[in-house]
Design a protein around this ligand. Structure first.
Ligand SMILES: *Cc1c(COP(=O)(O)O)cnc(C)c1O
Length: 220
């Protein structure tokens, strides 16, 4: 199967309200261009330098999403162009994104990453940390970021019941976020959950954005 065929097959399968992020980390530019030529305009990368290099080389109508763990000292390299940062899991990181966004005269959209998996190796906030972050004065005064939703990763397992349970929990947190009054920097609309192995379950559980790599580009 070609990249174009994989992409079109997945796209045909997605409900209209679900956005596809083509996860292109480690893949060379010609592979990304094949997806681009098939109409894909949103790409996800997990290393800032690699994303910046690809952004340089590729057409400028692409939306670049940072899906990996972000080191504060590298935010400046993506601040001029990044469209959405999925993996924000601390106030400190949000503050740095806010600062670099201001330097570039931008408002950068961010998703807060929640810890929903059983493994403790995965990054993310728990519910009380989320609440603390949102209630902090520092957050309320950030003018150059906008929290547009949540992101999470389920446990890497074949146990569909487990995965369903974790995604359902993230959806419930997302729903409670939507009950808060919206402000300039809190406008939740996006629930980023689901990868190649579990995106169908994620969509059944309420995902609005899936991050799919290997099913499009092949294994890494
Ligand atoms: C690599 C990655 C994906 C895509 O994984 P696949 O299994 O290749 O679809 C999605 N989300 C994050 C955060 C990733 O790092």
């Amino acid at each position: 199967m070609s990249i174009q065929n994989n992409l079109l097959e997945i796209k045909n399968d997605l409900p209209g309200h679900v956005t596809l992020v083509a996860v292109s980390k480690t893949k060379p530019v010609p592979d990304l261009m094949e997806a681009y030529d098939a109409g894909q305009r949103i790409f996800g990368e997990n290393k800032i330098q690699e994303m910046a290099d690809k952004h340089e080389q590729m057409p400028k109508d692409i939306e670049w999403h940072m899906i990996g763990h972000v080191q504060s000292n590298k935010v400046k390299y993506m601040a001029p162009f990044v469209s959405l940062v999925h993996g924000v899991d601390s106030l400190k990181l949000l503050a740095e994104i806010n600062k670099q966004a201001a330097k570039n005269g931008r408002i950068i959209a961010c998703l807060l990453q929640m810890h929903i998996a059983e493994e403790d190796s995965k990054f993310g906030l728990d519910e009380s940390e989320l609440q603390q972050l949102l209630e902090s004065e520092e957050f309320k005064h950030m003018e150059n970021i906008r929290v547009t939703g949540l992101m999470g990763m389920a446990t890497f397992t074949d146990d569909e019941t487990q995965v369903t349970k974790e995604f359902t929990r993230l959806k419930a947190i997302f729903d409670s976020l939507n009950e808060l009054p919206t402000t300039n920097n809190l406008q939740p609309s996006t629930l980023s959950m689901g990868m190649s192995g579990d995106y169908k379950i994620a969509i059944d559980c309420g995902s609005t954005m899936v991050r799919i790599g290997s099913s499009i580009f092949g294994s890494r």
